[in-house]
Structure formats: structure tokens, C-alpha cells
Write a protein that binds this ligand. Structure first.
Ligand code: ARG
Length: 468
């Protein structure tokens, strides 16, 4: 660069119209480089595609394109190697990279920002980032589902109490309970996949807000960056963060599902339940009570749902009331997005490890299905099969249970005479149904806990995961 060219280059990329230098307090307040540096690969990839397009459209020469590309390679390698010096006075990742490029290669570098604004640039970077992270998260969720399916296979046949209102309700297969989580995390993957449709739209080429007068080729850039489509409205594209809200909402549901699982693990591993044992490697001790083995991992996962849901609220609140188009408020989207990606990814992968290393106390689980009149509904169903209207059957069984409580008996302990006091339609064939295994056997409805149904569901899940 010649001396005059250097004089024409203010420190700030936008410094031309300013007579005074920026106040230090303002630099500190506006800088985002300490967190958006994380977008460097996406920013550089976007710039590569943009430079190729500029050359194809003859807005820069092929030689300038090549200089830009090798400058960007160098910068990427320096950031990878941790030798790149980030300058807070250059605000953000976009300007840190661009300024360094200009310093490295001179005037060709100064052409990179042709027909581009940081507004469409940052929108692109966030989309590229969330596209990658959504896919990564989907893969992590598949690993988590695999842990549930493996446990469901290993514990197939084991019976436990199913709960409503945290009161023992009806016996279920342990595998049925486990496969419920398989379904939840499956929906989470569907949501991320669906969100990807909206993430996967190219905003670049919208420029500041109104498009550009220069002859760019957005379809070319879309192809380069593997976007199936190009955004339709430049004003919408630079101000839109709906796709990020959707991601944070999907991530919140993932964390909520993990939190519900965690709550069960905390309860189940307690002395009161003794349903499961968490592996020692996944528990921590107490600094004062030597006997303790605490479920800190599920507790932390549960606790972290606060920040994940909070991040969703943060972004919603940032967007509420923003006039079109880009406003600097949007810079505040990144920390909640990054924090959610980190928190949820970490939680999903540790939950998968936790589940893979969990052991079920099958004997204790079965014990807990005795008592609590858990086959009462089966008795009601039996009466229904004898043509008694369900409501009436419900009342009959209610009276039978009240009798059992008074006599301190379980339903299968009753004699046929005792049962007939409540309904003359009851015959000997009722007894198998009143046992836990009989009850389990009878739940053959689609999606029910009957062993055949669960076996099918498990097979299907294994098939699905195999093909993932
Ligand atoms: N750091 C900014 C952000 O994250 C980049 C866009 C800035 N654009 C601007 N016109 N000031 O949103």
C-alpha cells in the first residue's frame, strides 16, 4: 500500500465521515468480538462465496479473487492456531477479519465488501452457524435416543408402576416408560429439522436493507454455500431473526424434556424410590456427609433449563417492538444463541452417558407394583366386557377398592364371593386380570404397554436409529 492509500484508511472501516475518534467507553460498550469471534469460520466461508461471485460477475478480477481467497485462508489458519490478534476497537468478527485482510493483501481486500453490508453478512453468519449446530444437535439427540432404546431392550419384560399425579396408577413396562423419552427426543429432532427449512435460506445479497445496484448473482452464492433458496425480501432478510427464535424454542423443549427426565432420575435414585442406580462415575459426593452419593448431574441439567428458557425470552424481548430493518439491538442475539447451543449440547450428551450407565432395580420396581390397587381399571374393563356401562363399572370398582382398604386386602386376594357382593356378573375368569402380569398382558391397544406392542415399538425404534 502507498502512503496516501494508508492515510485514506481510517482505523474504523466506517471512519470516513467521522471527525473525532470513538470514545473508549463506546468501543467497550459496542464491541462484540469477545463473543462473535466464534463465527469466524462461517464469516470466512461466506466471504469466500461472495468473492467468487464478485469475480464471476466481473466486479473484481480473478487475480483479486485469488488474493482474497488466499488472504482468507491465512486468516482462518491464524484463528485456528490461536495466533490471530483480535482488536476490540474493530467491534466485531466481520471487521476484524476484513481489516486484517486489507492489511495483508491491500486494495484487493478492500474490494471484498462490494455489494455487501454487515447487516446481510451477520444474518448469513448466524444462519450458517445455526444450520451447523442444528445438525450437530440432531446427531446428539440420536445418540441419546439410542441410550434409551438400548435400556429398553435390556429391561424388556421388567414391570414398574406407572404414575399420574405422582401416585401409582397402573403397571407399565419399564421399556414403555423409556420409549416415551425416545418419542419426546424424536419430536425434538423433527422440530430442529423443520426449523432448518427456515434457517436454510440465503440472506446475503440483501446488502444494508434495499438490495444493491451492482449486478450480483445471489443464486450462485446460494449454490456455493449450499442454500436451497434465496431470501425474497431484502428488508425482511436483514431484520429477521425468527429462525433463531424457533431454534431457541426447539432447544428449550429439548432442555425441558431433559429436565423432566432429570426429575425422574433424582426421584428414582433416592432411597425412597430405589428404582435405579446412577453409576458412581456420574454422581458426586458431599463435602460434609461421607455417606452421600448425590445426583448432581440430573440436578444441573434440570437447573440449566432456567437459562435455556431465559435465552428464548431474551431473544423474544429483543425482537419485540423493533422497527424494520436492521437495528443494533440484533447484536444481542448472539450470546443467548451461543449459550443455548453450549448448554443444550452439553446436557444432551451427558444425559446420553448417564442413561447408558444407569441400572434398573427390577425387583424393587416389580415390588412397587403390588399394593395401590393398580389393577382396578382392569376390573372395570372386565365389567365393561360384561355389558356394564363404564361409569357404573367405575362405581362398582370404587366400592370394591373401598372394601379392600377396610379389609386390608389387595384385589387379587378377594374371593369370588367377596367380589360378587359388588357385581353378580363377576366370574372366576376375572382373577388373571387382577394380577399385575394379567393387567400388563391386556393392554394391547395401539401405543399401549402390552408386551407385544412394546416389542413392536422397540423394533421400530431400533430400525429408525439404525438408518439414521
Ligand atoms: N456486530 C453486528 C451484529 O452482530 C454486525 C452488524 C452491524 N451492522 C451495523 N450496521 N452496525 O449485529
Amino acid at each position: 500500500m502507498t502512503t496516501t492509500e494508508k492515510q485514506n484508511q481510517p482505523v474504523k472501516m466506517w471512519g470516513g465521515r467521522f471527525a473525532e475518534t470513538t470514545a473508549a467507553s463506546v468501543e467497550a460498550f459496542t464491541a462484540s468480538i469477545h463473543y462473535d469471534a466464534r463465527l469466524y469460520r462461517h464469516d470466512i466461508n461466506g466471504s469466500r462465496a461472495h468473492a467468487k461471485m464478485l469475480a464471476k460477475q466481473e466486479l473484481i478480477s480473478n487475480d483479486e479473487r485469488d488474493q482474497i481467497l488466499s488472504g482468507l485462508n491465512e486468516i482462518e489458519a491464524e484463528i485456528d492456531a490461536n495466533t490471530f490478534v483480535f482488536r476490540p476497537e474493530l467491534e466485531d468478527i466481520h471487521m476484524n477479519i476484513e481489516k486484517t485482510l486489507v492489511e495483508k493483501i491491500g486494495p484487493a481486500g478492500a474490494k471484498l465488501h462490494t455489494a455487501r453490508s454487515r447487516n446481510d453478512q451477520v444474518a448469513l453468519d448466524v444462519r450458517l452457524y445455526l444450520r451447523e449446530e442444528s445438525r450437530r444437535l440432531i446427531a446428539l439427540l440420536t445418540d441419546l435416543q439410542r441410550a434409551f432404546v438400548t435400556q429398553a431392550r435390556e429391561n424388556l419384560g421388567a414391570i414398574m408402576p406407572g404414575y399420574t399425579h405422582l401416585q401409582r396408577a397402573q403397571p407399565v413396562l419399564v421399556s414403555h416408560h423409556l420409549l416415551a423419552y425416545y418419542e419426546m427426543f424424536g419430536r425434538d429432532k423433527d422440530r430442529l429439522n423443520d426449523g432448518l427449512k427456515r434457517i436454510n435460506v440465503l440472506p446475503l445479497g440483501s446488502a444494508a436493507l434495499a438490495g444493491t445496484g451492482l449486478p450480483i448473482d445471489r443464486d450462485f452464492v446460494a449454490k456455493e454455500l449450499d442454500f436451497p433458496s434465496v431470501s425474497a425480501n431484502s428488508m425482511d432478510s436483514v431484520g429477521d431473526r425468527d429462525f433463531a427464535v424457533e431454534f431457541l424454542a426447539a432447544a428449550s423443549l429439548i432442555q425441558l424434556h431433559l429436565s423432566r427426565l432429570s426429575e425422574e432420575l433424582v426421584l428414582w435414585s433416592s432411597e425412597e424410590f430405589r428404582f435405579v442406580q446412577l453409576a458412581d462415575a456420574y454422581c458426586t459426593g458431599s463435602s460434609i456427609m461421607p455417606q452421600k452419593k448425590n445426583p448432581d448431574i440430573p440436578e444441573l441439567i434440570r437447573g440449566k433449563s432456567g437459562r435455556v428458557v431465559g435465552n428464548l425470552m431474551t431473544l423474544l424481548t429483543i425482537l419485540k417492538g423493533l422497527p424494520l430493518t436492521y437495528n443494533r439491538d440484533l447484536q444481542e442475539d448472539k450470546e443467548p444463541i451461543f449459550d443455548t447451543v453450549d448448554t443444550v449440547s452439553q446436557s444432551v450428551s451427558i444425559a446420553a452417558e448417564l442413561m447408558a450407565n444407569l441400572s434398573f432395580n427390577q425387583e424393587r420396581l416389580l415390588d412397587c407394583t403390588h399394593g395401590g390397587y393398580m389393577t382396578a381399571t382392569d376390573l372395570a374393563d372386565y365389567l365393561v366386557r360384561k355389558q356394564i356401562p363404564f361409569r357404573e363399572a367405575h362405581a362398582i370398582v370404587g366400592r370394591t377398592v373401598a372394601y379392600c382398604i377396610k379389609e386390608n386386602k389387595e384385589l387379587p386376594d378377594l374371593t369370588i364371593e367377596e367380589l360378587r357382593q359388588f357385581s353378580a356378573t363377576i366370574d372366576e375368569d376375572v382373577f388373571p386380570l387382577l394380577t399385575i402380569t394379567g393387567s400388563m398382558e391386556s393392554r394391547r391397544s395401539q401405543g399401549g404397554t402390552g408386551i407385544e406392542r412394546v416389542r413392536e415399538a422397540l423394533q421400530l425404534a431400533e430400525q429408525n436409529l439404525g438408518s439414521n
